[in-house]
Design a protein around this ligand. Structure first.
Ligand code: PCD
Ligand SMILES: [Cu+]
Length: 806
């Protein structure tokens, strides 16, 4: 150790780099009301937009009378499809290769659909004007059931596609059919299932729900006619993609469009898609020449912006008598609503649902997904599950339980028996993915031990006996889950959105005095990127995290990237950040060697400085090197210290985890309470353990919501029954239990710092853990499968149907 420099460990700790529980730098502003959200933005002369929305789920529009609205003082304009048609903007392309009405063109296809856009001097006048618009509707028959939608005599929903039997993802075989997506080996799977010792078959439904972020979607569009520049501030999870798409749709040159995502109050997938409000605000700003703001209210958000899930998953799982799984078959009926507006990489119309073989070594599998139109809102976003991964995990984790019942085997043991073994990684699954790394058994052992699994099973058996003797009305459920996720889309070779490859980027500038700014193609919505990306750079460059500003979300300054969703920021932009940091260090090495008058190879990196090998007293700190890069003429080296990296990951990352929920259920009221919730996550190298814990708490709470009550429910005529927070379950501190978090670390072999994503895992693992706990409580009484959400009434109904109410 060198006399003149503080010890290595001390200097490393001062950087607050990888692994440090660095406090979130963004929280000072968030907790003091100093955040800057879309609705905080007030531009001079700004107008406000609001929508007339359809009360019907399916109806023809005979006429729209906007005269009274236009006559209201303060109303500036009313837009209908007729006004947008000459511009070719009455329909817009969706992310899934379909098209979607911006404003109702001849008919409406779901309740809450946008029919007309009112622009007024303030938000209240706009709302009043909406009430004055008379729309004459003729009701049409409604289909909300994706199975009935496929009947021969089902009403034709998409008249615009009439006769067009070639869809964006191959041939369509019915007027309400969107696509069929097949993966795996059908014949081999049929053979395995046909000849297996044991086959369990079940329909698993993952109901329709909604991300419902605290801040709803909105934007402020501002067309500067003098400079020809369009600026849109909005709640966008993928600002650069929005810029490119806006340019393609509007014909405005891309350099004349600036998209800015300011602070975002939660995204959860809801803010990936493109909504009519954005297009209407832009058009209205172009027409009026002043900025136009549109911010939806809570009911608009729940009714009309992108839903999540709504997957009917029919499964068959085959095994030998002693529980070795031999095959998996799955057919999904996917209810996509009125337009296919799923936010998935283009080549994956059902996202990464083909991760549905889960954590298990299943040699043969087949999957088919049928997308279907119904009279419901479009969308199909991830909602904390990265492209249908939560549906896939729920499916396999339910099928394992169903198989365990059929085999009469303990479900924990059945899982362990079928795990992909540590020495099988990299592992190629029967449905085509190459899992990068995993070490499941130690994580499972740790989890089972932590909850005292064997004792819990004993307690459960005693409880069942006591229940039968009439001594208690409370049942005990143990919900097991071992999930594997796939996050970090992704390799450009197979992942793109509308042709835009899903790489990501980081650009870093070191200032002369040794502090820095880095900009990325992603955008935080609460995840804490400003905190964690600086930590990556601190470890790579030796500049303290506190001296690094992280900036995201402004397309005029940030390098191109595909945004934040699908837990891709760490696997993709995080990798770009590490690589940019390494470029800085490589240049710094040359500068240091020059300053120290030795050969490049004769200096070595030591936390925050380059040291002459064998002469520890001779070194140059990063701070000194930064200054030198701006004031020394170094032969063969350009002045300045900047780097940019565009990173195309070679593979996705496969985080995994073991979640266990212990739940008490009152058989008479259907009430539940969570006695214990244990979450073990393995996301490879951990950047900030405290942020990870926060991510897990948030994600498990969303999982609790989804599993135990949250739902976008429709009645037979397509009315949304859960369009307000009176009906749509958001857990409060009252319902939210205590969580125990834990971890193992299995680095990703291809990620520069070995990190995998984590933001979505708690939802992917949480939903089956809660749901399996409910099922497990009633398993001793013969329950095999009951659909979510497990609200009190549905749980009561399970008990009732099993004859537990006497
Ligand atoms: N290993 C590791 C990993 C991770 N991390 C951290 O954590 C976080 C997360 O991450 P990720 O996983 O990568 O993710 P991102 O991309 O960033 O994000 C995204 C996610 O995120 C989550 N979380 C959250 N949080 C908040 N607060 N808010 C929000 O909104 C949200 N969202 C959600 C979602 S739904 Mo999607 O969209 O559905 O697809 S997807 C998602 C960040 O900060 C990072 O850095 C760390 O530390 N380490
Ligand atoms: Cu999903």
């Amino acid at each position: 150790m060198n006399e003149m420099s503080p010890p290595t460990a001390e200097r490393a700790a001062a950087l607050k780099g990888l692994g440090s529980e660095r406090k979130r730098v963004e929280d000072a502003r968030f907790t003091q009301g100093k955040g800057n959200y879309v609705d905080d933005l007030k531009l001079p002369g700004m107008l406000f937009g609001d929508f007339v929305r359809s009360p019907y789920a399916h109806a023809r529009i005979k006429s729209i009378d906007a005269e009274a609205a236009k006559a209201l003082p303060g109303v500036v304009a009313v837009l209908t499809a007729e006004d947008l048609a000459p511009l070719g903007l009455h329909w817009m392309p969706t992310l899934a290769g379909d098209k979607q009405m911006v404003l109702a063109d001849g008919k409406v296809l779901f309740q809450g659909q946008e029919v007309a856009f009112v622009v007024a001097e303030d938000r209240y006048i706009a709302a009043d004007a909406v009430e004055l618009i008379e729309v004459d509707y003729e009701e049409l028959p409604v289909v909300t059931d994706p199975f009935k939608a496929q009947a021969d005599d089902a009403p034709v929903l998409r008249e615009d596609l009439d006769g067009n039997m070639e869809g964006a993802h191959g041939p369509r075989r019915h007027h309400n059919h969107i696509f069929t997506w097949e993966q795996g080996d059908k014949e081999a799977t049929d053979t395995v299932i046909g000849s297996a010792d044991v086959v369990a078959e079940e329909m698993i439904y993952y109901h329709r729900t909604h991300p419902c972020p605290l801040e709803t979607c909105g934007c402020v569009a501002s067309m500067d006619k003098v400079n020809g520049k369009l600026t849109v501030h909005g709640t966008f999870q993928a600002p650069h993609a929005v810029r490119t798409v806006a340019s393609l749709i509007s014909g405005i040159a891309e350099h004349n469009i600036r998209i800015i995502s300011p602070d975002i109050g939660g995204g959860f997938g809801n803010k990936v898609g493109v909504y009519p409000g954005y297009i209407c605000s832009i058009v209205a700003s172009i027409v009026t020449g002043v900025p136009v703001k549109w911010v939806e209210d809570r009911m608009d958000n729940l009714m009309a912006t992108a839903f999540a899930r709504d997957y009917w998953m029919q499964g068959k799982i085959a095994a030998t008598k002693d529980g070795k799984i031999t095959g998996l078959w799955c057919h999904v009926t996917a209810d996509h609503g009125a337009f296919d507006a799923c936010a998935d990489p283009t080549k994956f119309p059902a996202g990464f649902f083909n991760i549905c073989t889960g954590s298990y070594d299943i040699p043969t599998a087949y999957l088919a997904v049928d997308g279907v139109y119904t009279n419901k809102a479009p969308g199909g976003v991830a909602y904390r599950c990265s492209f249908r991964v939560t549906e896939a995990a729920y499916f396999i984790e339910r099928m394992i339980e169903v198989l365990a019942i059929k085999l009469g085997m303990d479900a924990a043991e059945l899982r362990a028996k079928n795990f992909i073994k540590a020495d099988q990684f990299p592992y190629r699954s029967a449905l085509g993915w190459e899992y990068d790394s995993g070490n499941y058994q130690p994580a499972w052992d740790k989890a089972l031990k932590a909850v005292g699994y064997d004792d819990l099973r004993k307690e459960q058996a005693e409880r069942v006996e006591a229940f039968k003797r009439g001594e208690t009305r409370k049942l005990l459920g143990i919900g097991l889950t071992f999930f594997t996720e796939i996050v970090g889309a992704g390799p450009v070779k197979n992942c793109d959105i509308l042709g835009l490859g899903m790489f990501d980027s980081c650009e870093i500038r070191i200032h002369p005095t040794g502090s820095a700014i880095a900009r990325l193609g992603t955008i935080s919505q609460g995840q804490g990127h400003a905190t964690t990306f600086a930590q990556i750079l601190a470890s790579e460059t030796g500049i303290p995290a506190d001296d690094i500003t992280i900036e995201e979300g402004d397309t005029d300054t940030a390098p191109y990237g595909l945004g934040t969703y699908g837990s891709r920021s760490t696997p993709v932009a995080g990798a770009a950040t590490a690589m940019a940091g390494r470029k800085i260090r490589a240049k710094a090495q040359m500068i240091a060697a020059y300053l120290l008058e030795v050969h490049d190879d004769d200096v070595e990196w030591d936390v925050d400085r380059f040291v002459v090998k064998g002469a520890p007293e001779r070194f140059k700190t990063m701070k000194e090197i930064a200054f030198a890069s701006y004031n020394q003429a170094i032969p063969g080296v350009e002045p300045g210290l900047e780097a940019v990296s565009y990173y195309d990951p070679p593979n996705m990352t496969y985080p995994f985890g073991a979640y266990i929920c212990v739940m008490e259920i009152d058989a008479d009221t259907g009430e539940w309470s969570i006695r214990q919730f244990y979450a073990l996550d393995d996301c490879g190298t951990r950047i900030n353990p405290m942020i990870i814990e926060g991510q897990v708490h948030g994600g498990v709470t969303e999982a609790l919501a989804i599993a135990m009550g949250q739902e976008i429910a429709y009645d037979e005529i397509g009315n949304v029954k859960t369009g307000t927070l009176m009906d749509f379950f958001i857990p409060t501190a009252w319902e939210t239990p205590h969580y125990t978090t834990d971890h193992t670390v299995t680095p990703s072999p291809h990620h520069p710092i070995g990190a995998k994503g984590v933001g979505e895992s708690p939802n992917v693992g949480g939903v089956p853990a809660f749901s399996n706990a409910v099922h497990d409580a009633f398993r001793p009484f013969g329950l095999v499968q009951a659909h979510m959400p497990h609200d009190h009434w549905r749980i009561w109904k399970i008990a009732h149907d099993l004859g537990l109410h006497g």
